[in-house]
Design a protein around this ligand. Sequence first.
Ligand SMILES: Cc1cc2nc3c(=O)[nH]c(=O)nc-3n(C[C@H](O)[C@H](O)[C@H](O)COP(=O)(O)O)c2cc1C
Length: 155
Amino acid sequence: MNIGIIVYSNTGNTLSVAKKLQEKLEAKGHTVNLEQITITGEASPGKKDFQFTAAPSPDPYDAVIFGSPVQAFSLSVVMKEYLEQLPSLEGKKAAFLLTKHLPFYWTGANRAIRQMQGASEAKKAEILGFGVVIWSGSRRERTTQSALEALSGLF
Ligand SMILES: Cc1cc2nc3c(=O)[nH]c(=O)nc-3n(C[C@H](O)[C@H](O)[C@H](O)COP(=O)(O)O)c2cc1C
């Protein structure tokens, strides 16, 4: 399958997991392109003073994995805006990768997943699933492995 991994990563955590996911999917025989969403300006929780310098198109792909950090108990505002400006995803499969610092899904993961699902469903994508990495302490390695397994297992 031709898969795009489209990632917004502020400090590099989500990007590093996305690179591992790319390797894992390629090892399964898929064609995988990793692309980054980039911005200029300021995008912090509650502040949307930014513009996209790169907003990769999902058009070339059969399936897209969108990757983002959780920020302020929500999906990062950059990924939220990116998903909203997308054209139709009809006929495409979608999956989600989230990284976050705090343990427990209720500290932002649940809400961010709902936001990603809602935005992708609104564009008529077929939602396959998601993976969440908890970046803090001993959870990082374990949750990275389980997110990689979960996401690569979808394809
Ligand atoms: C402004 C800001 C808000 C954040 N809010 C949360 C949060 O609500 N819950 C959480 O678990 N982590 C939160 N984090 C931590 C990030 O989600 C975490 O460090 C993530 O792995 C960063 O990914 P990135 O390096 O790809 O940007 C926040 C980080 C920043 C900078």
